[in-house]
Design a protein around this ligand. Sequence first.
Ligand code: BG6
Length: 507
Amino acid sequence: MTPTNDQFIYVIFGASGDLTKRKLIPALYSLYVLDLLPDKFAIMGASRSDYSDASFREVMIKAIHEFKEIEETKHIDRFIEKIFYTPVRFDETASYQKLKQRIEGIRNDFGISGNTIFYLSTPPALYGIIPGQLAAAGLNKEDDGWKRLIIEKPFGYDLESALLLRDTLLEQWDEEQLFRIDHYLGKETVQNLLVTRFSNGIFEPLWNRNFIHHVEITSSESIGVEKRGGYYDQSGALRDMVQNHLLQVAALTAMEPPSSLEPEAIRNEILKVFQSLRPIKYKDIEKVAIRGQYVASTIRGNVITGYREEEGVSTDSHTETYAAIKFYIDNWRWGGVPFYIRTGKRLPTRVNEVVIHFKPTPHFLFSQDTDCKSCNQLVIRIQPDEGILLKFGMKTPGAGFEVENVSMDFHYSELSSHRIPSAYERLIYDSIKGDSTLFARSEEVIQAWKFLMPVIDAWRNGKDVPLHGYPAGTWGPEHADDLIEGRNMTWRYPCKNLSEHGGYCEL
Ligand code: BG6
């Protein structure tokens, strides 16, 4: 990353929330320490809470100490002077006038240009309201510098609300001003999917239906819903993880090589994948989608609460904390290759990976089993223990020709001279630079909703569609194994460490 000379004011709505403390301010601080920000910039917190500049700064100092991504602390005093705060009542026009005056005041005092980013880190219900109020106050006008709006997920709650939100935003903002954040795209290892595929001559010739048996994408979390029960119970695993993060990962795995690294060239290829998703038929839902919800269990003597007992969750909730789907991408590269996505809370470990399962050899010369248990696999580990692992057969030393599966692995941690920047650091930096490559375009989001709507509808309305209970700390409903096509085939059961493999990993 190279320093940006664009001066700016970064306005964070919802500044008293968790995301600001845990991710946004620590990421801005890292960029500052790394000298990637210009001399002239300011950060303005805006939320309902009644902070002054001084009291907000105190909270941010604590947040930096607690969540910093960079060891250096000696720059905190200088950085904190760039932070200001204005209380805002989100639906009150007068509040935006005050905010405008405050922004103009800071601009004049510090000689900062009119470039402004508005980051919506608020409850999604405000995504339609705040941009409208900003526009009414003239804060979307670009006469004195660019104006950008960053919107956190979820972008809508279903297809209908996403379309409505899109249209509402486009009434006053241009698509080029909108940056829909999907923090998975900011992850270094997700971007590395592109590099692994398109900078190596050896993978791309194999990356198609002739050689690949199926593709598996897993995102498991060992934590439950923590303090977010209220939000999560309205959302569920499908909306929370699949509609956005995991379909984006699938798109980067499946897309065609872009003609260049221009944002539009990459986003066009991503969109084509979304447009090629084979529609799911309502009558097939039970065959291609499995939902589950964790129930109480005891892990190493500790009692783990079930989902329905979590704070903010309804006691008869039907919200899924686990979702697995099987789908196809109908194009020449992928015709007939099943893709599987699974995600869940309270699974045995936190792991995020893409596994490319290659087809078996056309003829079994050795003692390999014929059901692909010993087929080649390329595991692209997104987190933790970021890296890549290739599994292949080797001769077991000794008489005869016994074949054993071995692994060749690369761990990012071995590149000790390189620090992996956080996803937010990268995305905030890109938003300042105006690079929208790693942000979701409107059509992508809409296509993703369109694709998942049959499942969403079936799970919303179909009380008969089973919701499988799974004990906290297990790999979700056993039924999910039935999704995987092929004799004796199951999901990979990954562990915290890339090279370890097994059903019961460290929690
Ligand atoms: C968020 C979801 O978008 O992503 C959370 O709302 C989830 O429920 C989180 O825990 C996972 O992100 P990461 O970066 O920890 O994999």
